[in-house]
Design a protein around this ligand. Sequence first.
Ligand code: FNR
Length: 193
Amino acid sequence: LELRFLVLSASTRSGSLNTRLAQVVADRLAGHNVGTVTANLRDFPLPLYEVDVQEREGIPEAAHRLGDLLRETDGFVIASPEYNFSMPAILKNAIDWVSRIKPWPFTGRNGLLVSASPGALGGYRCLAALRTPLEGLGARLSSGMYTLPKADSAFAPDGSLADESNRDRLAALVSTFVQETEANAHYHKLRQK
Ligand code: FNR
């Protein structure tokens, strides 16, 4: 059973700490012999969600592409900055658009939430806030969440995590996440038979 994961950065900023963290997670996943697809929300340009826009123009192809990526993979990782103690509007907007696709692409998907911030809490409040819409849409989120505090000084020049305790913490969470996703994928495979 070949597992595939989507690793999505929710920061469109050049030099983003969360995009760097997303790459570290993708590298870590690759160590588990699974397939990974990395993406950035800037690859999914979406208008600000409005019912009138949807009724006039339908669901944008970028929302369908994101929905398809979720459907074609067994699990997803979202690396998101914390904006004002919550999630960035661009991420909530993408979730709102994708939620208009039926059946919901997030339903039944395993998810891992990670965040990097120059601050001392590492974006924890963004991740706590993200659980509400994603679990509402049926995602099976790993109970463990990864935050990288003081992220502006956490990366080595080669892009890896400089600090061993940060590396170990991530390795443990990713390992649990892969096991959860595998168990869930087996369950669905058995049910299909
Ligand atoms: C921030 N930042 C921030 N950091 C944090 O830890 N808690 C917060 O509530 C906020 N709020 C916030 C609001 C806005 C509008 C901006 C632009 C920034 C700082 C943020 O963590 C920092 O800019 C990171 O570098 C953003 O992540 P990326 O873009 O580097 O991935």
